[in-house]
Design a protein around this ligand. Sequence first.
Ligand SMILES: [Zn+2]
Length: 490
Amino acid sequence: MTNFEVRQYDAAGRLGELEVPRAGVTVQTPTILPVVNPHVQTVDPSALESEFGAEILITNSYILHGSEELREPALEQGLHDLLDFSGAIMTDSGSFQLAEYGDIDVTTEEILQFQSDIGSDIGTPVDIPTPPDVDRERAESELETTQDRLERAAAADTGEMLVSAPVQGSTYPDLRERAAEHATTTGLDVFPLGAVVPLMNEYRYADLADVVAACKRGLGEVGPVHLFGAGHPMMFAMAAALGCDLFDSAAYALYARDDRYLTVRGTELLDELEQFPCTCPICTDHTPAELRDMDDETRQDLLARHNLHVTYGEIRTVRQAIRSGNLLELVDSRARGHPAMLDGYRTLLDHAEQLERTDPVSKDAFFYTSSESARRPEVLRHQERLDRFDLDADEVLLTEGGSNDRYDETWGVCPPFGPYPRELGDTYPLTAEVPDRTDRAACEAAADGVARLVELHPDVSFTLVHDDWPETALDRVPDSVRVRDLHARE
Ligand SMILES: [Zn+2]
């Protein structure tokens, strides 16, 4: 797999470059693929390119295949001319229609050939999008069919066109993981995580995080990962932090049709807006009242453009966060937009060990911005690595205050990380910015760090001097440790 290169990581999030040979372009990731309906173009593909900087879009080859008016022009002119777009074009296969209507009339070989014939740059086989929560028997048997389709797609002659290998498995993490492992063995190029739209529609972001994490375990670090149907900007940061590189969105157009206005914190109704909370050209040039007075077509066009500005703006924000090493701070702040997003973020942190594997060892700064920060991969890593330090001493002081000669050795302690050798105090992540009013979660995490150190050195006698830790934290400190409050009088 040489068409995708990762430049930088933050958690499992990555800045990457996807080389699309047939289009002769390199796409920067993470990015969004606007969904273009060949029949109804809310915003012209050429405008997507020139006004929004779109490097890639997605359209549906199955619709073109079945269209009396567009099928021949697509074959004759090719997709890039037909749509007037010079970037990379990915095509979907009709799997969505299969899921919606239960039946389609093409095979994987036929639709891949058609995608290749119309000049698609990234084609897609006809997989079976198994919805969430189906019984296991169905999930397994449909997965078998999907895997068979992927193998047939891999065997087909598709020339320079990249081909995607959708990963299914419903809401069974072990099936998703196994499906992902299988997908990597096919030699196909892009890995869409399929059938997650129902989870997003129902705000099941916790289940979504589990599904993505399971797929990523199976995929490892090969190839770009596409979260199929993810188009709401409020969840880009979270999905990127879990390791998704590509999103696609019909949301900008579909929401505009219903007078819905996207923001990074959720969705607003045009009818309920007094002012636009946005600085894009649409929102600075118009008021909500003006838009409400416009005819349907103009209003929908302007709303779709605002939606695209927000969408691309959030993609740039996510990229910059990865570059700066503060993607998890961004996820933390986006998670505050909706309690279900917070569930998603908390579930993401259940997978901190998995995220830790690609998380850079050193970054600029660690901001402790919420009690969730206590569960970040950096905290986990610090405590795991306590076994790297020698501790040749009988009496050791662990303290949030100054050192004391009565002890053979003094270590620092800081919430949420716990104990650390003092010479490391100026290194990441111990340089973390933590609020003065430390919360319970940070103290509890630090206590877990103390417990880990005690476990590693059962023969050492430890004294802990803490700064007003709550009982719930002190309860986690092993009984063998002498405990004092920094401000208590001796
Ligand atoms: Zn706007």
